[in-house]
Design a binder for this molecule. Structure first.
Ligand code: SAM
Ligand code: DTB
Ligand code: SF4
Length: 349
């Protein structure tokens, strides 16, 4: 029986899921996962920071806020050509989605023509496109959608109750408004949060509840484990309990049965066994490649080895002809290149 898609979860119901005996929770999550997904496939995305650091916002977890001295090397908006070179590399390595992130409160109108060119170029490679640029107005969302942007990432980050402890320069409601603008434009929504920021268990339940009770579930739900960066206010936070992290993935899977749940930041701290358990609990997407936006991610090779050990295949984009588009983009960035398709799995093994 297909799990029912609900948008009316109470906090108590979500908390009750968190409190299930671990094996019962994992069984329920894994069974839900199999109702909509191939349990042996994981979607693979690559991230690129297209504008780094000097952000005016005060998100306490973030190495890119101008308010904290994290020793980060700042960079202006990358040239379109550079972005397309990186996208091509990501595709060669087997990613099916290319996510571009900018350390902005929101994009300025003067940035939009460059952003549009990036979207068109990455799309011409037959990669799915995703961007995370901060708050978005309705008009901006429509412009990006018309340029061909598939996904917009904007995280709720934590529960409405804990939110003010982490960010003061924009409200939880601002975030919901951006998500509404993205949804209304017709783009797919990517929204999730971070655990390990000193929040209570009820806040983790509150975050998942806020995501599950959106009018439509986000197609993609990144669950980040805080990366503690020196210089940020959360740098000295305690280690986050790994079993509680797995529980968070499992509960997200149960209440968001059709969404891709992404095992996002924090994987360098996770053992193979822990990641395997996250996949069992319903995580079915990862960021692939040595870097997230500014911090480390596991080496590509070790991810491929792990996939091989677990019998996991990277999910392929179906129904696309790579030949035409790779040639087109090669030409656009001035290279002559033969067809290269997403064969990284075989190539790496
Ligand atoms: N500036 C835009 C914004 O905040 O909307 C987009 C980029 S921002 C870096 C994207 C997301 O990365 C944040 O919402 C947060 O969830 C996640 N993130 C940032 N720093 C992190 C860290 N140290 N650990 C885990 N996740 C982090
Ligand atoms: C998301 O939820 N996690 C990614 C992506 N969306 C943009 C970002 C993680 C950033 C981790 C810190 C860094 O590398 O700067
Ligand atoms: Fe800026 Fe985004 Fe980092 Fe917040 S999370 S400081 S908005 S880059």
């Amino acid at each position: 029986m297909q799990p029912v898609i609900r948008h009316d979860w109470t906090l108590e119901e979500i908390q009750a899921l968190f409190k299930l005996p671990f094996n019962d929770l994992l069984f329920k999550a894994h069974s839900t996962h199999r109702a909509y997904f191939n349990a042996n496939e994981v979607q693979v995305s690559t991230l690129l920071s297209i504008k780094t650091g000097a952000c005016p916002e005060d998100c306490k977890y973030c190495p890119q806020s101008a308010r904290y001295d994290t020793g980060l090397h700042k960079e202006k908006l990358l040239e379109v050509k550079k972005v397309l070179e990186k996208a091509k590399q990501a595709k060669k390595n087997g990613s099916t989605r290319f996510c571009m992130g900018a350390a902005w409160r929101n994009p300025k109108d003067r940035d939009i023509p460059y952003i549009v060119e990036m979207i068109k170029g990455v799309r011409a490679l037959n990669l799915e496109t995703c961007m995370t640029l901060g708050m978005l107005s309705r008009e901006q969302a429509i412009t990006l959608q018309q340029a061909g942007l598939d996904y917009y990432n904007h995280n709720l980050d934590t529960s409405p109750e804990y939110y003010g402890e982490i960010i003061t320069t924009r409200t939880f409601k601002d975030r919901l408004d951006t998500l509404e603008n993205v949804r209304a434009s017709g783009m797919k929504v990517c929204s999730g949060g971070i655990v390990g920021m000193g929040e209570k268990a009820s806040d983790r339940a509150g975050l998942i509840r806020s995501l599950a009770n959106l009018d439509a579930h986000p197609e993609s739900v990144p669950i980040n484990m805080l990366v503690r960066v020196e210089g940020t206010p959360l740098a000295d936070n305690q280690d986050f309990d790994h079993l509680e992290f797995i529980r968070t993935i499992a509960v997200a899977r149960i209440v968001l049965p059709k969404s891709y749940v992404r095992l996002s930041a924090g994987r360098t701290e996770m053992s193979e066994e822990m990641q395997a358990m996250c996949f069992f609990a319903g995580a079915n997407s990862i960021f692939y490649g040595e870097k997230l936006l500014t911090t480390e991610n596991p080496e590509a090779n070790s991810d491929m080895q792990l996939f091989k050990k677990l019998g996991i295949q990277p999910e392929q984009r179906r129904g696309y002809d790579d030949t035409v588009t790779v040639a087109a983009i090669s030409e656009a960035i001035g290279e002559s290149q033969n067809k290269e398709s997403a064969l990284f799995y075989n190539a790496a093994l």
